[in-house]
Design a protein around this ligand. Structure first.
Ligand code: PMT
Length: 406
């Protein structure tokens, strides 16, 4: 169930306590499960473990100061608070729990705690007598009443020699408790490769052949797949779209570059979604210098580009392949032919003769076809259409998982 942590953004707050050494192992466990981790340390925590250790393990700079202009310029505390899906304080010392319960915002961690809308959790760690103290239990009751998840503590021999409750849970157990806080996404644990945008086929150093694709549909699909828990690789033609959160983007220009990037990315993919408007042809010769204007007519010799989606569908083993069909007439008939000819699992038919959807528009409408099924997705924003399409793909994958292996 650790797969539920895939693509999740976790702020790990480390407060001062001997159990801080276990935070290093926790960062590793969370990252192994696919989560992104940003560490925030209190001044006391830095007496027990160095920021450098947690920086090396998390792959991100460790945040320590509330009023550090350099750190704020990189990722301000409000930005960090907004970034997180979960803020977990582990270990949470008695002092830290008291400040969190009272809403005292006198360091970076306690300020971030107040500023975030993310799920909150604490993993207490302290001496057994402190754990049993009424003041400590009253603070915990306040936190629990506010929906804060409390992980542990465990009982056993303590660093101070006492025996009893107060040991921080082990990293493996904490990672599992974090995972339990998240629902399973429909594509959790899957790798999805998406192509988006147009390709540009150079004629000479200043001119190219291309089309009207803005990349909006493909980028919306990449975002929807990441939201559904997938690891996403987005192979993008030249477009001006911001990279969706939790998506790895590979920029390409031509169809040949897109094919090379897709072949690299698709080796371990579970799903391939071909949204890109790939140029079917490219100039046979690319002039080394700008072509000069001379005769009244100009003949251009074109050669066929490789069909990327068909190449992916021909692989063994192959991912689940969803293609698009941009058509201006007899949309369903042509799309059905593409579904069969390219050996796709599913095709989304896009009527690009309509001015209100398709290329450039913020909206789209699709008819989705697969062997034995059909679903109309009525006109809606591309992000909503993308989510609906992801659910159709996830349902087909779930059916495949259930089907007996040949
Ligand atoms: O980018 P937007 O502005 O948001 O617009 C979205 C869109 C209209 C581009 C998108 O919804 C869409 O319809 N994409 C497919 C465009 C296209 O090239 O369709 P096609 O019918 O020519 O190609 C059929 C399929 O083969 C597509 O999945 C395409 O990616 C793929 N193909 C085509 C040629 C080629 N050489 N390699 C391919 O993989």
């Amino acid at each position: 169930m650790l797969a539920r942590l895939a693509n999740k953004r976790i702020v790990l707050g480390v407060s001062g306590g001997i159990a801080a050494y276990k935070s290093a192992e926790l960062v590793r466990r969370l990252r192994d499960a696919g989560a992104e981790v940003q560490v925030v340390m209190t001044p006391a925590a830095q007496q027990f473990i160095t920021p450098l250790t947690l920086q090396a393990l998390s792959g991100n700079p460790v945040h320590t100061d509330l009023l550090d202009p350099a750190a704020e310029a990189a990722m301000g505390h409000i930005e960090l608070a907004r970034w997180a899906d979960l803020v977990l304080v582990a270990p949470a010392s008695a002092d830290c729990l008291a400040r969190l319960a009272q809403g005292i915002a006198n360091d970076l961690l306690s300020t971030l705690w107040l500023a975030t809308k993310a799920q909150l959790a604490v993993a207490p760690a302290m001496n057994q007598q402190m754990w049993a103290a009424p003041a400590l239990q009253a603070n915990l009751a306040v936190l629990r009443a506010r929906g804060v998840a409390v992980f542990g503590p465990a009982a056993g021999v303590q660093a101070c020699g006492d025996v009893g409750e107060g040991r921080m849970l082990e990293a493996v157990e904490l990672a599992a408790r974090c995972a339990d806080l998240f629902e399973t996404g429909s594509l959790t644990g899957r790798h999805v490769v998406v192509t988006a945008g147009p390709t540009r086929e150079a004629l000479d150093p200043v001119r190219y052949l291309s089309n009207h694709s803005s990349g909006k549909m493909g980028f919306a699909l990449a975002a929807a797949c990441a939201e559904a828990g997938a690891r996403v690789t987005l192979v993008a033609g030249p477009v001006h779209q911001p990279t969706p959160a939790r998506v790895r983007r590979v920029n390409v220009t031509s169809a040949l570059e897109m094919l090379a990037a897709v072949e690299q990315a698709v080796a371990d993919a579970d799903v391939f979604i071909a949204t890109a408007a790939v140029a079917d042809y490219r100039p046979q010769q690319v002039a080394g210098q700008k072509i000069k204007k001379s005769a009244d007519t100009f003949t251009l010799e074109l050669v066929k580009n490789p069909d990327i989606v068909a190449a992916v569908a021909a692989r063994t083993p192959r991912p689940f392949v969803l293609g698009f069909a941009a058509e201006t007439e007899r949309v369903l008939e042509h799309a059905r032919q593409k579904l069969e000819r390219k050996r796709l699992d599913m095709i989304a038919c896009n009527d690009v003769a309509r001015a209100d959807i398709g290329f450039q528009s913020d909206d789209n409408a699709l008819t989705v076809l697969w062997s034995g099924g059909e679903q109309v997705l009525e006109k809606a924003s591309k992000s909503l259409i993308a989510r609906q399409l992801v659910q159709l793909v996830a349902a087909r994958l779930a059916e495949e998982d259930k089907a007996p292996q040949a």
